[in-house]
Design a protein around this ligand. Sequence first.
Ligand code: FPP
Length: 253
Amino acid sequence: MVRLWKKSKIGSDKAPAIEQENVPEHVAVIMDGNGRWAKQRGLPRIAGHHAGMKAVKRVTIAADSIGVKALTMYAFSTENWNRPQEEVDYLMKLPSEFLAIELQELIEKNVQVRMTGWREGLPGHTLAALDQAEADTRHNTGLILNFALNYGSRREILEAVKAVAREAAEGQLSPDSITESHFAGKLLTAGMPDPDLLIRTSGELRLSNFMLWQSAYTEFWFSNRYWPEFGDEDFFEAIREYQHRTRRYGRLK
Ligand code: FPP
C-alpha cells in the first residue's frame, strides 16, 4: 500500500512563522474548483475530485502539524445531489477510497474521524466506511477530521427550529426561554466549536449553504487556487493571515 502522507511540517522552514498560541481551534474548508481544475487539463470532472482527495490529505497533515483541533471539510452538500449521477456516484466513493488508503495512518496520528450531515440518502458503502473510521478513531484525542457530507445549513437550521418548537409545544420550555446555546445544541454541529476560520478555494466568494449559523463570527479567507492544487503552504498562509486579524465580536477593540 502506498503511503501518501507527507512528513509533518513541524520544525520545517514552513511552519515557524505561525504563532503557536493563536492557532484557530476549528478550521472549515469549502473545497471548490475540482471541476475547473480538471477541465483546464482536459480531464473528466471526477479526475478533479480524485485530485481533490489528495489535497484533503495534505491539508489534514498541515492542520495537525500546527495544532488545529478540528478541521471540517465540505465534501458534499444537500444540493450536490442535483449533479449528474455518475459524478454523485464517484463523490460517494471518495470517503471509502480515502479511508482505505489513509485510515491506518490517521489512527496512528491520533486523528478522530467524524461526519456531519444527514445519513439518509447516503449509500451504505459510504456510511460503512465512515462508521468504521469513526469507530476505529473514537478513542483518539488529536485532530478531529470532520467530513461535512450530505450537509446543508438551511435544512439544519430548519430541523433545529422544529426540534425546539416541538419542545415548546410539549411544554418542556417556554419560547422566551430559548437561548442561543440551546438552539445550537439542536444543530448537526452540536458539541463542536464554531469555525474560527473558513477557507474557500477557487476564487468564489460565497458560503453555499455552509455553516450559516456557526459562521456568525468566523474569519473568512479566500484563495484563487483550485482545490486540487491547494497545498500546505497555502493553508499556512491562511493561518498567518488569520493571526493578523482582530476578532472583535461586535465590541470595540
Ligand atoms: C466542489 O468543486 C467540490 C465538491 C462538490 C466535492 C468536494 C470533494 C472533494 C474535494 C473530495 C473529498 C474527499 C474526501 C476524502 C471525502 P466543483 O466540483 O464544484 O468544482 P467546479 O466549481 O470547478 O466545477
